[in-house]
Design a protein around this ligand. Structure first.
Ligand SMILES: Cc1ncc(COP(=O)(O)O)c(C=O)c1O
Length: 440
């Protein structure tokens, strides 16, 4: 058993008290309203609150803590690197950045040989990928999926697949064409997979011919739609999409910001599906324990866009690069990805057994440790209210669960840190079982 860390010990020694004092003062200054939970530390898959409660974090922060909270090797690397060099303008080479770009090129699909590391967030990286595609094709439009989530900037809000996200803002990225996502459970075209002939890919031709300007630069999509409902595309979908892109001279971009770096049990979802895109964006999990780093991988032919067009002050941060390098080393160790596949398959199996006993669970779907629990009402329709209620109630059961507004709003996301052991998987599934059965 792991020893309780200082953070865990401090948390359990602190008497239970409602947030007050300085918290009350601080709350007057937050632009937004944070949750009442005051967190004092985390370790592995667990998070500790000031009032002594311990939570199992089913969504590894914002799906970015691939190695969990306070991973000791990341902490050590960060301490060491911080004492030497935290940041230098990304014009210059540093040892961590040089090592990181080489490593990223090594672990990514063979056609992706160039690494752009000047982004500080996933949204930035996706915008950069669109810019690269636009410059190289000389075309403008972006095709993306219903219910996809590509980021928070005005540009990426324009490209994200939900109208309500664009509604408050008068302007966003022009020339975006949204097409139905490959969600077989709720197929837009009301087809059955066995006989559909992947109509959802074929019809993209019509969207390009009739709904775009006819000048499409890129198709950008998450290979597994994360916030959009943990939608795993059917076999052959991504292959067919790549063929369509190549026939029409369109750049295919995978947003692997959630799916990258081991989440699916392979280094990238591209490896899981056996389809290499022309560009790939990454972020979130690369920092291992929460260090901010994001970027773009491209084919050789797509290089050449001037540095100042895709750049950000904190992009290529040296401290984050050192953490990222260590993260890749850890993920690459023998047995690491195998453990993600084993534990993921185990969790999927247990949750599917549970689903058979819970009338409001329509489906449990996923790959590796990217799993979603699809919640429906009595008539089998997505039930966002119940989903949100379950997520809130989860805290009483010691679980941190995330839902999402972006899809149908009815999916509980199970994406814990990739270091999860079988024992911790049992703890998580036991707690989820208690939670779901408590409202059945
Ligand atoms: C698939 C995907 N793409 C892009 C983003 C945007 O990344 P960031 O929040 O780092 O800008 C997110 C964030 O949730 C994401 O899940």
């Amino acid at each position: 058993m792991r020893q309780a860390s200082p953070a865990a010990r401090a948390a359990s020694a602190t008497p239970k008290a409602p947030p007050g004092g300085d918290a009350a003062a601080a709350l007057q200054h937050y632009y937004y309203r944070p949750d009442d939970l005051r967190v004092v530390g985390g370790e592995g898959v667990h998070l500790y609150a000031e009032d002594g409660r311990r939570f199992l974090d089913c969504s590894s922060g914002t799906f970015n803590l691939s190695l969990g909270y306070a991973h000791p090797e990341i902490v050590e690397v960060v301490r060491e690197q911080a004492g030497r060099l935290i940041h230098v303008t990304s014009r210059f080479q540093t040892e961590p950045l040089n090592a990181l770009v080489s490593k990223l090129a090594e672990v990514s699909p063979a056609n992706l040989t160039r690494v752009h590391l000047k982004s500080a967030s996933g949204s930035d990286a996706n915008e950069g990928a669109v810019k690269i595609a636009q410059v190289h094709t000389g075309k403008s439009d972006v095709v993306t999926l219903f219910r996809g989530h590509l980021g928070q900037t005005l540009g990426m809000i324009g490209a994200s697949g939900a109208a309500f996200r664009r509604a408050p803002f008068p302007s966003h990225l022009p020339g975006v064409v949204h097409v139905p996502d490959p969600h077989c459970l709720r197929c837009f075209y009301r087809q059955e997979r066995a006989t559909c002939g992947l109509l959802c890919v074929e019809r993209i031709n019509d969207f390009i011919d009739y709904a775009s300007t006819g000048r499409v630069a890129c198709v950008v999509l998450e290979p597994i739609s994360g916030n959009g409902g943990n939608v795993v595309p059917p076999d052959g979908y991504l292959q067919a999409l790549k063929e369509l892109c190549e026939e029409r001279g369109i750049v295919l971009v995978f947003d692997e910001i959630q799916t990258g770096f081991g989440r699916t049990g392979r280094m990238f979802a591209a490896d899981h599906f056996g389809v290499a895109p022309h560009m790939m964006t990454f972020g979130k999990g690369l920092g291992g324990a929460g260090l901010p780093i994001a970027g773009i991988l491209t084919e050789e032919r797509l290089t050449g866009v001037e540095g100042h067009h895709i750049n950000s002050t904190f992009g290529g941060n040296v401290l984050a690069a050192a953490a990222a390098l260590k993260t890749l080393e850890i993920i690459g160790r023998p047995g690491f990805l195998e453990n993600v596949r084993d534990v993921g398959a185990y969790v999927l199996g247990r949750l599917r057994d549970l689903a058979a006993r819970v009338p409001f669970v329509q489906e449990v779907r996923g790959v590796g440790l990217m799993i979603g629990i699809d919640i429906v009402d009595r008539d089998g329709r997505p039930d966002p209210a119940l989903t949100n209620h379950l997520a809130e109630l989860g805290m009483d059961h010691g679980l941190l669960l995330r839902t999402s507004l972006y899809g149908h709003g009815n999916v509980l996301k199970v994406r814990p840190a990739l270091i999860m052991t079988r024992q911790e998987a049992d703890e998580m599934c036991d707690l989820l079982e208690r939670l779901l059965l408590s409202v059945s």
